[in-house]
Ligand binder design. Sequence first.
Ligand code: HAM
Length: 416
Amino acid sequence: MADLLKSVRGMRDILPDETRVWQSTERLIFEILEEFGFEEIRIPIVEQFSLFQRSVGSFTDIVQKEMYVFKDKADRILALRPEATAGVVRAYLEHQLYMRKKITRLYYSGPMFRYDRPQKGRYRQFYQVGAEIFGGESPYFDAELIIILGNILQRLDIKKYIFEINSVGCDRCKVEYTGRLQQFLSPHKDGLCHDCKLRLQNNVLRVLDCKVASCRRILEDVPSIQKILCSDCKKHQEILYRTLEKIGIEFVENKNLVRGLDYYTMTVFELKINNEENAVAGGGRYDNLVADLGGPKTFAAGFAIGMDRLCNSVIPKLENKMSIFVFFLGQKALQDGITLVNQARNNEIRIIADYTERSLKNHLKIADKEGAEHVLILGEDELSQQVFLYKNMKDGSQRKIRFEHLSNFLKGLRNA
Ligand code: HAM
């Protein structure tokens, strides 16, 4: 036998037992987003590499270390998207969606790619469902995003969760904080890792996400941005916090939360569930990104949920769609039966046909092994009598169903 090929490291198959949970979870999230007036956008998986340099940031780990970058046959430098906010903003500008509505609410779902070290809950291909709001300056838009996540948790019956929230400040605050951070870190320069030495000059805020132990030690006494937030930033945070308190959403202020993407301004947040270390969702405000990518000044905020992590914590609900297995004995039964069964199909019951020629005994054996509760049989005798034979595998009872009654019988079975 030839060697079996395996999936690529960090990329995995999601098999039918899991996809059932994924489908119902995705459906629920889309439903909630639609209820809040979000509209779906579908964007490409491949974008120009420069889009991510200009949005996520050249000095972030994502762009420096984790991207799948390649040249196409025309020597264009392209990348598999590591996240989708940049692509959604690109599409928002390319199609001038800002002309369509004052407030634009978009959602998306699909695979993202980061060449990260694979471990539990961390993959190189992972899936996000994300939402972005364009055109809203008020902190109540930030609150809405967190409320949506809260509603999702509630409907998924996830009770143990916490939102960690912080502000990374507006432009002015960020400039001031950058200066302070440089002042604080410069005397410790020799103790910083190679990457952080470069970050010190190029993008000092990214030192805050460094995971190297020597850098973490230096960062223990780092001044918090909270100390220099301007009154507008403080007011924005206050309104957000009071709103969440009023609604009853559990959160804490995490003064060290900066998130590893450059585009954030003011509010940033992460959602953790069941005391897990890894965030299940993350997001925040990015009031400069649209303008930085060549568009008009546009307030914006959003989040993305990591579906691999969320679905891992969702308790599968019992399947409520009933299945009936059907098989045919003989060519004539097959020829007529496939049409008859098709006429009786409806969206309330799953009809699973096996067109293989086998004996009745073998068919029943297989149906039993696969856990079938309801079976329909069509053989030559049944065909001549214009009936199906229905067999209840649980209690062994059986009865004849006339062709013209099959549709109603199946509906009745569902409601029984
Ligand atoms: P992010 O925090 O980089 O934010 O990713 C959001 C979520 O994606 C994470 O909380 C996590 O659940 C999941 N995730 C990230 N990396 C991995 C991985 N390697 N394996 C499994 N899951 C992963 C963003 O991507 C922003 N675009 C969110 C956003 C939207 N901000 C504003 N709008």
